[in-house]
Design a protein around this ligand. Structure first.
Ligand code: NAD
Ligand code: UD1
Length: 337
C-alpha cells in the first residue's frame, strides 16, 4: 500500500516507517520537524536499504498538503503528527488545540477532497482518565486531566463524527500505553528536546551521565511497592501494531478502536531495577513527592488487538531497557552529532 505517514520523523513514526518498509509498503513521510530531525529519516533509509520521499510540511498547511497528496497519491494515512508534552500543553493550550486538533481537521479536509478515507490515528491511554485498570476499549473516555489529553479525546470524537456522516471512511484509533525502547540496531530511538519529562528518557540520560539523578515521583501510592504502575510497551511492538492496523484497514470497513499495550503493569522501581539489572550501569535515584496529575496505576486490556488485529506485544521490560541503553549510549546527544 502507498502510505503517507504524518509525523514520520518522530519517535514512534520513524520505527513504524521501518516496519512498513520491511513489510513491503511504500512509504511517504510528512513532518515539519518541530520535534524531530532529518537524521532519523536518513537512518530509516539506511536500516531498510530503501528510499522514500520526505515532505517537509505542516499538517495545518492545506496547499502544502494538497501538493503532497498530488505527488504521493497515498491510499492510507497513518497520522502521528502532533505535540505531546503534557506540561507544555497546560502552559500553551492554544498551540496544542491549533496543532493537534486544527491540524487534524485540515488533514481530514484534504483527505476528503482527494477521496482518501483510510486513516490510522495515534491516540493515547490518557483518554481513559480515571477509569479503573485494566482499561478496555468499551470504557467511557474524555475525563482527561490536561489539554494534550483533551486534544486526543477530541480528535477521536471528530473522527467518529466524520465516520457517522459518511461510513465509507475506514478509521482505526490506536490507544498507546507507554512506549519505550528503541530499534535493536541502536540507530533510531527517542530524542527528546531539552530535559525529558517521561521516565525512560530521563532515566537513560541519568545512566549516560547527562543528568545527575533520577527522581522517583512518590512511593506512597496504593501499589505493591508504593510507586506508580504503567503498561510499558516496546516501540517496535507498537510499530508492528500499525502494520496490523493497515492490514485490518485493507480487509474490514468501519471505525474501530484498539488498545496497544502489553496488558502488564510495572512499577517505577521495577523499571529502575530492570534497567540496572540488564545494563549493569550505575543509576543514582531518590524518592521525591508525587507529580501532580499522576495516577497510581494505568495498564491495558489488549485482548481486542490480539483477537481482531492478530497482534500482541513480544518484548518484555528487560529487552526494552537493553534497547533503550544501546540507543542512548551509542547516541548520547541523540541525533545531534
Ligand atoms: P514525536 O514528537 O517524536 O513525533 C511527532 C512528530 O510530529 C514529530 O516528528 C514532529 O516534528 C511532528 N509534528 C508535530 N506537529 C506537526 C505538524 N503540525 N505538522 C507536521 N508535523 C508535525 O512523538 P511520538 O512519541 O513519536 O508520538 C507520535 C504520536 O503518538 C503523537 O501524536 C503522540 O501524541 C502520540 N502518542 C505518543 C505517546 C508517547 O508516549 N510517545 C503516547 C501516546 C500517544
Ligand atoms: C505521560 C502523560 C501522558 C502521555 C505519556 C506519554 C502525564 C500525567 N501523563 O504519561 O498523558 O500520554 O506521558 O507521553 O504526564 N516518573 C518518575 N520520574 C520521572 C519521570 C516519571 O518517577 O522523572 C514516573 C511517573 O510518576 C509515572 C511513570 O514514571 O508514574 C511514567 O511517567 P511518564 O513516562 O511521564 O508517563 P505517564 O505519566 O504515564
Amino acid at each position: 500500500m502507498r502510505i503517507l505517514v504524518t509525523g514520520g520523523a518522530g519517535y514512534i513514526g520513524s520505527h513504524t516507517c521501518l516496519e512498513l518498509l520491511e513489510g513491503g509498503h511504500e512509504v511517504f513521510v510528512l513532518d515539519n520537524l518541530c520535534n524531530s530531525s532529518v537524521e532519523a529519516i536518513k537512518r530509516v533509509k539506511e536500516l531498510s536499504g530503501k528510499s522514500f520521499e520526505f515532505f517537509n510540511c505542516d499538517i495545518r498547511d492545506k496547499s502544502g498538503l494538497r501538493a503532497v497528496f498530488t505527488k504521493a497519491r497515498p491510499e492510507a494515512v497513518i497520522h502521528f503528527a502532533g505535540l505531546k508534552a503534557v506540561g507544555e500543553s497546560c502552559e500553551k493550550p492554544l498551540e496544542y488545540y491549533d496543532n493537534n486538533l486544527g491540524g487534524t481537521v485540515c488533514l481530514c479536509e484534504v483527505m476528503q477532497e482527494f477521496g482518501l478515507k483510510n486513516i490510522v490515528f495515534s491516540s493515547s491511554a490518557t483518554v481513559y482518565g480515571r477509569n479503573e485498570p485494566p482499561l478496555s476499549e468499551d470504557m467511557p473516555t474524555g475525563d482527561c486531566s490536561n489539554p494534550y489529553g483533551r486534544t486526543k479525546y477530541m480528535i477521536e470524537e471528530l473522527l467518529k463524527d466524520i465516520y457517522a456522516s459518511d461510513n465509507s471512511w475506514n478509521i482505526i484509533l490506536l490507544r498507546y500505553f507507554n512506549p519505550i525502547g528503541a530499534h535493536k540496531s541502536g540507530r533510531i530511538g527517542e530524542n527528546p528536546k531539552g530535559i525529558p519529562n517521561n521516565l525512560m528518557p530521563y532515566l537513560s540520560q541519568v545512566a549516560v551521565g547527562k543528568l545527575a539523578e533520577l527522581s522517583i515521583f512518590g512511593d506512597d501510592y496504593e501499589t505493591p511497592d508504593g510507586t506508580c504502575i504503567r503498561d510499558y510497551i516496546h516501540v517496535v511492538d507498537l510499530a508492528k501494531g500499525h502494520l496490523c492496523a493497515i492490514n485490518r484497514l485493507e480487509q474490514s470497513k468501519g471505525l474501530e478502536v484498539f488498545n496497544l499495550g502489553t496488558g502488564h503493569g510495572y512499577s517505577v522501581l521495577d523499571i529502575v531495577k530492570a534497567f540496572i539489572g540488564t545494563t549493569g550501569v550505575n543509576l543514582p535515584y531518590k524518592i521525591t513527592p508525587r507529580r501532580a496529575g499522576d495516577l497510581a496505576a494505568v495498564y491495558s486490556n489488549s485482548q481486542k488487538a490480539t483477537e481482531l488485529l492478530g497482534w500482541s506485544a513480544q518484548y518484555g521490560i528487560e529487552r526494552m531497557c537493553e534497547d533503550t541503553w544501546r540507543w542512548q549510549s551509542n547516541n548520547p546527544t541523540g541525533y545531534e552529532d
